[in-house]
Design a protein around this ligand. Structure first.
Ligand code: GLV
Ligand code: MN
Ligand code: MN
Length: 420
């Protein structure tokens, strides 16, 4: 690798140590549990702000809970900031890398750039987005959606977690200001470009033995909640031909979701039932009510909507055949996006200049940059994930892989800084 390998802020051991500090901010294991709009997520944002402060970079937290620091230009100024960052919340029992790698790399870039001799013409902004994971409230990328003007105060009062707490209430509890989130919106005229480093969460880079991915497309996601209501009754007393078992119906629906995705013509169609609750949930009671979620991921919006529609149809068919009532509710709908060709080309060239082979690929996961790309040219750089595992305690990328990604990120930022 090039001389960037000698930049102290980009040393693998240093990045690993910072990753460890964030990973320590977790509910008890396994893995990392730092859910959106919780005390732990806020502590991680405070750590981000304090690490920026150590570099002499002041940061603020906006009404939505995003934390942003800015490094002023040190050479003849050009208009429009360039930004980098990712998120600090996690799924329940997730890994230490999803999101955090991009924030830790942003901190390394901040340290390297503020120490470096290389001129910077534009403001550089370092961002920790709030509440990227849809795991708690169904809607992903909340902080970035708010800055992009895609989510407003009224939406925050509608979204609830499994205990019935609204997102607005959770935000207020954390000292944020859900009623004022419009103040957090970004003005695209104030920006030039954004680039995020993230773990791949797939196996393309590992299989091809390539250290760097440059993302061209980010999958969209339609999220459904399906509620099946049958009749709870005695497991011993009720004959098998006189049951309206909500769980048996749900089991058929779950397998139908899998069949739909497996039969799809495109490899990017992914349909998953990830959460399911059974009521009353006792060994001696036929399940009366089952609620489950469906996550439909696609790189083509037409196919995404068609697949979500087909899921609803299948569930209705199964329910009708089994005499069970069904309600299908759409929790969230985010279309796929194509990212900026310009930023992708700059990132690709940056990797090449550092002697790191790079592969162009699609992202099956959602990312904050998906939302930010509505405001400005935006791109995502991936580093490999061991075994493709993510949203799991087994999530892992080596410190060297993270350091290579951070070096590409820094070089990309300098090259974007130098664009017209
Ligand atoms: C974010 O991690 C997602 O669910 O894609
Ligand atoms: Mn992520
Ligand atoms: Mn995630």
């Amino acid at each position: 690798m090039s001389t960037l390998a000698t930049v102290p802020a980009l040393q693998p051991a240093r990045l690993e140590e910072t990753l460890r500090r964030f990973a320590a901010l977790s509910e008890p294991g396994p893995g990392v549990s730092r859910l959106a709009y919780t005390r732990l997520e806020r502590q991680a944002h405070d750590l981000f702000a304090s690490l920026l402060a150590e570099l002499g970079i002041a940061a603020y937290t906006d009404a939505a809970g995003n934390t942003i620091g800015e490094l002023a230009p040190d050479a003849e100024p050009r208009p429009g900031a360039i930004g980098t960052g990712s998120h600090l919340d996690s799924v329940p029992h997730g890994g230490a890398y999803d999101g955090t790698v991009g924030v830790v790399a942003a901190l390394a870039v901040a340290a390297a750039a503020s120490a470096g001799p290389r001129p910077r013409h534009r403001p550089w902004r370092f961002v920790a987005f709030a509440a990227e994971e849809g795991a708690r409230f169904g809607q992903a990328c909340n902080g970035s959606r708010i800055v992009a003007g895609l989510t407003g105060a009224a939406d925050l009062r509608q979204l609830t977690d499994r205990t019935g707490t609204t997102m607005a209430a959770a935000m207020t509890e954390c000292g944020l200001a859900p009623e004022r989130v419009e103040t957090a919106r970004w003005d695209p005229r104030d920006w030039r470009a954004f680039v995020e480093l993230h773990v791949e969460q797939g196996t393309v880079l590992e299989h091809r033995r390539v250290p760097v991915g440059v993302v061209d497309t980010v999958s969209g996601s339609t999220r459904l909640r399906v509620c099946l209501t049958g009749v709870a009754s005695h497991t011993g007393g009720t004959p098998m031909d006189n049951r309206r078992d909500a769980l048996a119906a749900a089991a058929e629906c779950v397998l139908d979701c899998e069949r739909l995705a497996v039969a799809a013509t495109d490899v990017n169609t992914r349909i998953t039932v990830g959460a399911l609750t059974v009521e009353p949930g006792a060994i001696t009671i036929i399940p009366g009510r089952v609620v489950f979620t469906v996550d439909v991921r696609e790189t083509d919006y037409g196919r995404q909507r068609a697949a979500a529609h087909a899921v609803g149809q299948r569930c209705r068919t199964v329910a009708a055949r089994r005499g069970v009532d069904v309600e299908v509710e759409e929790l969230a709908d985010t279309p796929p996006v194509s990212l900026s060709r310009e930023v992708a080309a700059v990132a690709h060239a940056a990797a090449t200049a550092l002697g790191l082979p790079a592969e162009v690929l699609a992202s099956g996961a959602s990312h904050d940059t998906q939302q930010i790309s509505r405001l400005m040219p935006a791109g995502i750089v991936f580093v490999p994930s061991r075994g493709g595992l993510s949203h799991s305690p087994g999530e892992f990328s080596t410190a060297d892989q993270v350091a290579a990604g951070a070096a590409v990120l820094l070089e990309t930022m300098y090259r974007l800084d130098a664009t017209a």
